[in-house]
Design a binder for this molecule. Structure first.
Ligand code: SF4
Length: 358
């Protein structure tokens, strides 16, 4: 599982499922022209592709489908949703699904047996909706943990924008849009270092949250992502290119050797970062949650990671707001472990403010 796949190993669509309406958008036509050799299959809806999502044989093909299949659709709901953790608002997604394959990823929990990238070609409408919302919301009256001044919009709830940028200019357009929204900032978490983004000129109005965890665990659970040392080194370059860069320590996977691994990670970050990167750094920390359906699915393609992610001996069930049976670390222990982790980080990286931890 170690080592980062090249862009073409990550994504080389041989088949593109597309909604007919996609052809009415320039972005849709651009993407189809870019992958002109791919077979095209028209579908009525990007969410209903039974031969892809409904085929239990697909689970064993989990990785191959992420590389070989692309779905193009038109995003229908364009509402902002309040958040209050990673961002103030969740913006409508410009994609759903991902070419990487983290074992704990929550994105496929409702999708069935495959989770390739679906790209939405109406990014212009997404941007217009963000602009309208930002204009109606006006300036932020008081600082909060998300940001002291700007309203922050999460742009990548359902995928990884750094990989989406291999498919189209959607991400470039989103980054450009935030340059002239005076009270708003865009933000997304990522596990992939895409150096094309260094040329997007964000002018401080987009926050990239690099997801970081000990390399030993990442090699097992962060399948097809950029190696940890590359993500850490990229922080300096992204800061220099005009991004705000935060760390997303997530998910924190507790296991017998976790203390030494996390201490080593914090020391590596401290060694690698420039003073400029340290001065603007903040983090969010999220302990692992998992899900029985996802566990069952993962057992068909990557059972080894499940020995760390599925730990009934230290986890308990928690019904999520949308009724899903998730598991998380047992309540009292979770708080204790989180405090330990924050303590190790504070010793090594005292300059790194914690935006939130749970
Ligand atoms: S990078 Fe993010 S969206 Fe992609 S598989 Fe990993 S957790 Fe899921």
């Amino acid at each position: 599982m170690a080592g980062m796949p090249s862009p073409s190993q990550l994504l080389a669509p041989k088949r593109i499922y597309f909604e007919p309406a996609v052809l009415g958008f320039e972005r849709g036509r651009e993407i189809l022209a870019r992958f002109a050799d791919a077979e095209r299959v028209e579908v009525q809806s990007h969410t209903r592709i039974p031969q892809l999502y409904g085929d239990s044989a697909s689970a064993e093909d989990w990785l191959r489908l992420k590389r070989d299949v692309l779905v193009l659709g038109v995003k229908k709901g364009l509402q902002m949703r309040p958040n209050g953790r990673s961002a103030d608002f969740i913006a409508p997604s410009s994609s759903n699904g991902c070419a990487m394959a983290c074992s704990y990823c929550y994105v496929p929990r409702r999708k069935g047996y495959a989770n390739p990238i679906s790209v939405f070609v109406n990014v212009g409408q997404v941007i217009a909706a963000i602009r309208k919302h930002a204009a109606a919301t006006g300036p932020k009256a008081a600082p909060n943990q998300v940001d002291p001044r700007a309203w922050v919009y999460d742009l990548g709830e359902n995928g990884d924008l750094s990989v989406d940028a291999l498919v189209s200019d959607n991400v470039r357009d989103l980054v450009a849009a935030f340059r002239d929204l005076p009270h708003a900032k865009g933000s997304f978490a990522t596990k992939f270092v895409n150096r094309d983004l260094l040329r997007y000129d964000p002018q401080g109005r987009t926050r990239v949250r690099f997801s970081l965890m000990p390399a030993e665990m990442a090699k097992l659970v962060d399948v097809r992502t950029s190696p940890m040392d590359e993500r850490i080194r990229a922080i300096n370059d992204f800061v220099e290119a005009g991004y705000e860069v935060h760390a997303n320590f997530s998910p924190v996977v507790v296991h017998e050797g976790w203390q030494a691994e996390w201490r080593r990670l914090f020391a590596e970050i401290d060694d690698a970062l420039t003073p400029a990167a340290k001065a603007q750094l903040k983090c969010e920390v999220i302990m692992l949650t998992h899900n029985e359906g996802l566990h069952d699915l993962n057992m068909s393609w990557h059972p080894k990671a499940e020995t760390f992610l599925w730990r009934p001996d230290i986890q308990e069930e928690k019904r999520s707001e949308n009724g899903m049976a998730n598991v998380r670390y047992r309540h009292g222990w979770k708080r204790q472990w989180l405090d330990q982790l924050l303590g190790w980080m504070g010793e090594t990286m005292p300059y790194c403010g914690v935006r939130y931890a749970f």
